[in-house]
Design a protein around this ligand. Structure first.
Ligand code: ISL
Ligand code: CA
Length: 564
């Protein structure tokens, strides 16, 4: 497997709206990020992924872009951005931008033109269709609820929007659209940005016959995803993008790709494919999904989670590169999802970090994860801000599928705003995020969970994450070692090895709130052992313990480096 800088990177994801507000208007901004570059440097991250900062009417917090070459007013100016890029580069921190090109905002100039008339020269920048038998062209259900089609009275046609109706899908069949995308990518790369995270990039190619989706139980809509996810021309388009743009720069790319399995994934990130470097798969994010997807989430089956993680570790090995993540701006906090955000919050936050960071792939840390930030439990629907949450509420409660109480419970568990409450900097008002009322309320637990307290606390989650990152930088086996799952059927312990030359890294994680016995029937052979990290103050005991058999505390994690 060839070595590259992005395989050795550690990425810190910033949701700018919620990171740091420099001018006290309640909204995080670019200058706020600049203020905190030293914090990120100190953590050890080598690249920042910025959620969208482009001009946007913010129907979906920046994922609805109205101008790809300018900055959202609330976040600052192009000059501020240039400044951020320069300052980050001075500190050897790279910047990865979000590239949202499956759709634009309906307030983008292209769409404003496109809807003027059927013969406008921008008409074909978007996907317009006539009604079929008096109804929408297909029965597809939108990611954000309702139909994927919106009728335009003026030109008497429907346009496609996989997300909100303010996010019309671009028509990638049109070579002019593709050229526009390549040009705007070059605009940012020429400025010096170091890569792109590509929003729902596996949805850009639609089946041109626009078939009906199979009816989803409980809904009046059909699931059309197989006609637009991993669609017929997606690889042709990405190869073209690679040839026209990416091949000319040393940029890192990660595609956001719901609904891919490793075989499909390798078509995007196979080292011989000339498409993308990495992708975000969602198998582990949907492991708790029930009848109504994430909204009917169940409790964790660790064996299932281990199988998913291991499948990706094994099947991409030597062929493509994984991205490693537990959190992002769309997901609930992992501490609340797979850990324990009450009694064992420190232990389980560190354990989860260990379990992920010792795997193969580029780790992505979502702001606040390094503190053990957890889900927020607002009582009032009005305190939420996310369009997905509101639309799902409408769809599921108004139809009688969920009661108000059931839906609020679901929002507490999986709503996207769990990730979007302000970053917790200190225990002063608004968690030190802003002196003004933040755009979304802070999580009241900021008094106990914040960077200021954690920086000086040896035992903090923050200092533990720092160590995890340092270990990765020091030990090649963590980056490149070959993965093997141990104790496949154990319901509580997630254990695996990574092997490179004569080194074996052994990671053992207890996912339960009970003490557990770790025991390997097939003993690992080694000449010497070193304990690299553990989340309990039991260093001496752990060193004396037999690595093939020992007792684990609740949520304990240990990593040994064995030399053969
Ligand atoms: O958030 C999800 C599940 O709760 C996903 O279905 C998500 O909508 C999907 O992964 C696409 O996400 C991306 O594109 C969206 C945007 O709202 C998300 O924030 C973004 O990550 C539309 O641009
Ligand atoms: Ca601000």
């Amino acid at each position: 497997m060839n070595k590259t800088w992005w395989k050795e990177a550690v990425v810190y994801q910033i949701y700018p709206r919620s990171f740091k507000d420099s001018n006290n208007d309640g909204i995080g901004d670019i200058n706020g990020i600049i203020e905190k570059l030293d914090y990120i440097k100190n953590l050890g991250a080598t690249m920042i992924w910025l959620n969208p900062i482009y001009k946007s009417p913010n129907d979906d917090n920046g994922y609805d872009i109205s101008d790809y070459r300018d900055i959202m007013d609330e976040f600052g100016t192009l000059e501020d951005f240039n400044n951020l890029l320069e300052k980050a580069h001075e500190k050897d921190i790279k910047i990865m931008m979000d590239l949202v090109v499956n759709h634009t905002s309906d307030e983008h100039e292209w769409f404003k033109e496109s809807k003027k008339s059927r013969d406008n020269k921008y008409r074909d920048y978007y996907i317009w269709k006539k009604s079929k038998d008096g109804v929408a062209p297909t029965n597809w259900h939108s990611f954000f609820g309702g139909s994927t089609w919106e009728y335009d009275e003026n030109t008497e046609e429907y346009y496609l929007h996989l997300f909100s109706k303010k996010q019309p899908d671009l028509n990638w069949e049109n070579p002019k659209v593709r050229q526009e995308v390549y040009d705007l990518m070059k605009f940012w790369l020429d400025k010096g940005v170091d890569g792109f995270r590509m929003d729902v990039i596996n949805a850009i190619s639609k089946d041109q016959s626009y078939p009906e989706g199979t009816i989803i139980e409980g809904y009046n809509y059909g699931d059309g995803s197989k006609y637009y996810i991993n669609g017929p021309k997606v690889h042709e388009f990405l190869k073209e993008m690679n040839k026209e743009v990416l091949s000319k720069y040393d940029a890192a790319t990660v595609g956001e790709t719901p609904n891919v399995d490793p075989d499909e994934a390798l078509k995007y990130v196979g080292e011989d494919r000339d498409e993308l470097n990495m992708l975000f798969q969602f198998d582990h994010m949907s492991v708790l999904d029930g009848k109504y997807g994430k909204w009917s989430s169940t409790s964790l089956d660790l064996v299932k989670l281990k199988n998913i993680m291991s499948k990706w570790q094994t099947e991409l090995y030597n062929k493509g590169w994984n991205s490693l993540y537990w959190n992002n701006h769309d997901q609930p906090r992992v501490l609340s999802r797979f850990g324990d955000d009450t009694k064992y919050k420190l232990e389980s936050a560190k354990m989860l970090g260990t379990c992920l960071h010792m795997m193969q792939g580029t780790p992505y840390i979502y702001q606040g994860e390094e503190l053990g930030m957890s889900n927020v439990y607002f009582d009032n629907l009005k305190d939420y801000k996310d369009i997905e949450t509101f639309n799902a509420y409408k769809e599921l409660v108004d139809s009688g599928i969920f009661t108000h109480k059931e839906m609020m419970d679901a929002i507490h568990k999986v709503g996207r705003d769990n990730a979007r409450t302000p970053m917790q900097w200190n225990n002063s008002e608004n968690a030190g995020f802003s002196k003004a009322k933040p755009w979304i309320a802070v999580n009241p637990n900021y008094k106990n969970i914040n960077t200021k307290d954690q920086i000086n606390d040896e035992n903090s989650v923050l200092n533990y994450y720092k160590k995890l990152i340092k270990l990765r930088k020091k030990n090649e086996v963590i980056v490149y070692g070959k993965y093997k799952l141990l104790l496949e059927n154990d319901k509580n312990i997630f254990a695996y090895t990574r092997t490179l030359a004569n080194e074996v890294l052994l990671t053992v994680c207890n996912f339960s709130s009970e003490s557990q016995k770790f025991y390997l029937k097939n003993n690992l052979d080694f000449l010497s052992k070193k304990l690299l990290i553990t989340n309990y103050n039991n260093y001496n005991k752990a060193l004396i313990d037999d690595v093939n058999s020992f007792q684990l505390n609740p949520y304990e994690a240990r990593v040994y480096l064995l030399t053969k």
